[in-house]
Design a protein around this ligand. Structure first.
Ligand SMILES: NC(=O)c1ccc[n+]([C@@H]2O[C@H](COP(=O)([O-])OP(=O)(O)OC[C@H]3O[C@@H](n4cnc5c(N)ncnc54)[C@H](O)[C@@H]3O)[C@@H](O)[C@H]2O)c1
Length: 323
């Protein structure tokens, strides 16, 4: 498949938690971004949400204040999917995590996009061979899995399917590098890709510790942040093992693996919160409560800490770690 050397026109479908930050990242890097969401409220609030994120970038000296207006001007809000995709060289969806919805979306996108347009899915778990199953030309599709907050988290997982062309993978890789991301290509696709499999393993144990009332939720968050989280910002889990000593790791694994939660059933407390409409910050309550002022404070603190970490760890070494 012939690919455009330099992708300048992008479309983002779904402008929620992920889509708005993905659109921002492309726009900040100079791409023209057509933005569509099925919800008018999400479209109407896009510029304000991205503007808020960019203000935090300016406050952290990550960008100049002069780049805010041109970045916002590169976000083009449209009211139909077809309008978003028309002329786009790279399209990414960030709609709900619903397999049937993604499958029919990709089938429609194939109809209204150009023959060389790359189609990407930001699914957290569905490989492109599932979400793109209705595509007539699967060679143009792949997963690009961003992490929340997408405008701050450095890595994007690139997960080609068995039918994705090498040219599409290479062009996507280059595009992600150009917009300041650190793409990690998986050698084969599998559900949940790489990072979310590890994340779910952590979540499973954390929810179980909450259930067992081993500590308060606040203490659990603090304990993990101040140990595993603190170290993981500097070293990967395998190198952490090397520093600790593999003999110690072996003994710990042998002793603890049979003790930790391995039940595949979704934790009851998680089911209960979602059934009650407590979805987290987007509904004002999840595990913790987020009245508007607290939410603004927590988000500002999160973004300011992550921006400082990003500057410290990734700005100087965008390609990753020196040996
Ligand atoms: N939230 C995360 O931490 C995270 C991280 C990585 C990947 N993801 C994945 O990204 C995708 C989006 O997740 P999110 O957290 O941003 O969800 P979200 O609920 O915050 O946003 C989804 C948006 O998609 C819109 N939408 C739904 N159907 C649509 C359609 N057919 N066309 C256009 N817009 C449509 C909704 O109106 C909503 O604004 C999901 O596949 C999710 O699994 C989420």
């Amino acid at each position: 498949m012939k690919q455009t050397d330099c992708i300048e026109r992008v479309a983002v479908l779904g402008l929620g938690t992920m889509g708005h930050g993905i659109a921002q990242t492309f726009a900040l890097a100079g791409c023209e971004v057509a933005c569509f969401d099925a919800s008018a409220a999400m479209r109407d609030s896009l510029i304000e949400r991205v503007g808020g994120n960019l203000a935090a970038f300016v406050a952290a000296h990550a960008i100049d204040s002069e780049s805010v207006e041109p970045t916002l001007a590169r976000l083009r809000l449209v009211t139909t999917e077809a309008e978003a995709v028309a002329g786009a060289q790279f399209v990414t969806e960030a709609v709900f995590e619903d397999l049937a919805m993604k499958q029919t979306l990709f089938a429609r996108l194939e109809e209204c996009s150009g023959p060389d347009t790359i189609l990407a899915s930001n699914s957290s778990s569905f490989p492109i061979s599932q979400s793109g199953i209705l595509l007539k030309r699967p060679e143009r599709a792949l997963v690009t899995h961003w992490f929340n907050p997408p405008h701050l988290t450095p890595v994007v997982e690139v997960v080609p399917g068995p039918g994705t062309s090498e040219g599409v993978v290479e062009t996507t890789h280059q595009l992600l590098r150009r917009i300041g991301k650190l793409p990690i290509r998986l050698r084969r696709e599998l559900p949940g890709f790489l990072v979310n499999r590890v994340q779910v393993a952590i979540q499973r144990e954390v929810w179980d510790l909450v259930d067992q009332k081993v500590a308060t939720p606040e203490e659990i968050d603090l304990a993990i942040r101040g140990t595993i989280g603190f170290r993981l910002a500097a070293l990967g889990p395998l190198e952490i093992h090397d520093f600790a000593g593999l003999d110690i790791q072996l003994a710990t694994y042998r002793n603890l693996a049979p003790e930790i939660r391995s039940n595949p059933v979704v934790p009851a407390a998680l089911e209960r919160l979602v059934s009650a409409g407590k979805l987290g910050v987007k509904t004002g309550q999840g595990f913790f409560e987020y009245p508007p002022e607290r939410l603004a404070n927590r988000k500002a603190r999160r973004d300011s800490l992550l921006l400082r970490l990003w500057k410290l760890l990734y700005q100087a070494e965008p390609a990753g770690e020196p040996e």
